[in-house]
Design a protein around this ligand. Structure first.
Ligand code: KE4
Length: 435
């Protein structure tokens, strides 16, 4: 596979941009290769600057559930573009997207748009602290809520991918107010939330973790979290930046039937353009400026192009059977993937799937939390990643991320991916034998 131009661009980019990338996990450090530079994407395919074509399972880390450059989304952006790109004033499209979000997410009565998932989550915890007058945020090991200071404690995604404990630059007195506990452990959860020494404002959770690889909540875990936070007057925040509009139109809260007090959104809601959002009960949201004292602002919040992309995306997602069809496709693909793994790497992998998000962990498993996820063989994942890339299949450049099924992937695409997976797993097995 020719990668000359990507290499040349990467060398140049590294002189101008830290690591040559604008987000660390894109640097492909943990999978032992250089990043490819993308020229264009359409439907289920990505095309790099050297003319290589790839079947895309990263989907821009989740947003591209419709596939790249969906005609309805492109048309909406092009139409809106004729009237300008940014006003710094309210526009009707913000109301249109707000109505769609409030209709879709059962627990959301009011919503504020921002420009990234990080802005959404950092605003939500500030709101929870302002609303309760308390300080401590409880999160879960391996969950990633963006790069705001309070979250860089045992975080997932790029933080574990790069094997960094947290991050320099985060003052101790910030970290002191973040408590991180194991995912899926009801006993530690109850003990922590009932600890009167902790002045807990909120719990923030990925209702299905996507940033230590995909890890589902154990049956009853979210329900227990809900009942404890209700009893103790703690704000429950669902970080649905990945799961929102992914697991269902109403996200994980619809999928599992557990209603948080606040919800954070991102990725899919922008249809590929920069949109984040946080929303929830009016009683809480009305504390946000200018109605209330909790301050949050953003120059490009509610940007018309981004709103138009979000509206067009949600209109497509609202079509009958969209999620049923995606579920059938994802379930069939995952079952076949697991069969192939068992045939060539018996007892060596674990496939976790919820809806159209999944991860193949190179560890016997089960993978139910950060500790068991970290047992995965990242070297083997890296070899698999490189082998699949060489065969035209673009997986997440980290063992601790999700692969996504999109509406644009055809049966032929998925069959090709399974064929290439069989080739790759067979190669891994042969190399294992020869050692
Ligand atoms: P952004 O600020 O990257 O838009 O969103 C932060 C965020 C918040 N919450 C969850 C559950 C998330 O998954 C994310 C961002 N996800 C990562 C990868 N899983 C984005 C990829 C990257 O960092 O480049």
């Amino acid at each position: 596979m020719k990668t000359d131009l990507s290499h040349t661009l990467f060398v140049k980019a590294q002189q101008l941009i830290p690591g040559g990338v604008n987000s660390p996990v894109r640097a492909c450090k943990s999978v032992g290769c250089e990043p490819l530079f993308v020229k264009r994407a359409a439907g289920s395919k990505i095309h790099d600057v050297d003319g290589n074509e790839f079947l895309d399972f990263v989907c821009s880390w989740g947003p591209m559930i419709l596939g790249h450059n969906h005609p309805a989304v492109v048309a909406a952006i092009e139409k809106t573009l004729q009237d300008g790109t940014s006003f710094g004033a309210p526009c009707p499209l913000e109301i249109e997207l707000a109505e769609l979000v409030i209709k879709a997410l059962p627990s959301v009565e009011k919503v504020r748009f921002v420009s990234s998932g990080t802005e959404a989550t950092m605003s939500a915890i500030r709101l929870a602290r302002g609303y309760t007058g308390r300080k401590v945020v409880v999160k879960f090991d391996g969950c990633y809520h963006g790069h705001a200071d309070s979250f860089l404690v045992k975080a997932g995604s790029g933080v574990i991918t790069l094997g960094i404990p947290g991050s320099p630059g985060v003052p101790e007195d910030i970290v002191r107010n973040t408590v991180s506990i194991p995912y899926n452990n009801q006993e530690i959860l109850e003990k922590t939330l009932r600890d009167e020494k902790l002045d807990i404002a909120c719990v923030i959770i990925e209702p299905v973790a996507g940033n230590m690889g995909v890890v589902a909540p154990r049956p009853g875990f979210l329900q227990k979290l809900r009942s404890l936070t209700t009893e103790l007057g703690i704000v429950l925040i669902f970080d649905e930046v990945i799961t929102g509009l992914r697991l269902a139109l109403g996200g994980a809260q619809e999928y599992f039937g557990v209603m948080p007090d606040l919800t954070c959104l991102g990725k899919i809601i922008g249809g590929g353009l920069p949109v984040g959002a946080y929303g929830g009960k009016k009683e809480i949201m009305d504390n946000i400026a200018p109605d209330g004292p909790v301050y949050q602002a953003g120059t490009l919040s509610g940007n018309p192009l981004a709103m138009a992309a979000g509206v067009a995306t949600m209109q497509q997602l609202s079509k009958l059977d969209f999620y049923d069809d995606l579920e059938k496709k994802a379930a069939t693909f995952a079952d076949k993937l697991a069969e192939i793994a068992e045939k060539y790497l018996p007892g060596q992998t674990t496939l976790n799937r919820v809806g159209s998000m999944m991860t193949t962990f190179f560890t016997p498993g089960p993978v139910t939390d950060f500790e068991s996820a970290m047992a995965a063989d990242t070297e083997k994942y890296g070899a698999h990643f490189r082998q699949m890339l060489s065969q035209g299949v673009w997986l997440a450049p980290s063992q601790f991320e999700a692969a996504f099924i999109s509406a644009a992937q055809s049966q032929a695409d998925l069959d090709l991916a399974l064929d290439k997976t069989e080739w790759s797993f067979k190669k891994l097995a042969q190399e294992q034998k020869s050692r």
